[in-house]
Write a protein that binds this ligand. Sequence first.
Ligand SMILES: O=C(O)c1ccccc1N[C@@H]1O[C@H](COP(=O)(O)O)[C@@H](O)[C@H]1O
Length: 212
Amino acid sequence: MPVTAKICGLSTPATLDAALKGGASHVGFVVFPPSPRHLTLDRLAGLAAQVPAHVRKVGVFVDPDDDLLAATVAAGKLDAIQLHKTTPARVATLRRLSARETWAAIAVKTRADLAAASAYTDAADRLLYDAKTPDGATLPGGMGIRFDWQLLDGFRHPLPWALSGGLDPANVAEAIARTRAPLVDVSSGVESAPGVKDVDKITAFLQRVSAS
Ligand SMILES: O=C(O)c1ccccc1N[C@@H]1O[C@H](COP(=O)(O)O)[C@@H](O)[C@H]1O
């Protein structure tokens, strides 16, 4: 199976276009006001209208309430929701309410952190292994932090999964070779500054993925 890629935190038509032209399977839109990638629902709707049906639109949330989730799914005509810092019970509820493919982020720093994955087996459709950000950090993701990929060695994934956290054009081929990730997800690694996506980096990242 070819490896697929999600370009996350897109916020302009030009960088979204680069992701689409480069062959991204998924594009991610962040709805979390502390993030430099946060989108209003109006901007989300405008960008989402640019995405062809074969590319999956993923909304990225941090433990959203029911109303925010519903309004965002509707505005962006989202195909999937990605939930950070959200308990398994709440993930199950949001999956039912949204009726969308649901990703649960697992924050990883040590092998013990992977134990959290099994609790999402009946709650989510996919696990996203992401690097744990420092205590007190504003964001639970999107900080370009990577975890030790060796931690995934021999791990029995209870669900389909994806790899994120500190990926970039220079390391993604190694990440795929090391972990056999079926799907990779990047945000900061294709930016020139926090929240500012770079067309050339997006293109380079997707080229490396398709060559893997
Ligand atoms: O990107 C953000 O601002 C963000 C905010 C809140 C939750 C998650 C966020 N991003 C996700 O973090 C991972 C890894 O990002 P990076 O490549 O290390 O910068 C990715 O899945 C983003 O979707």
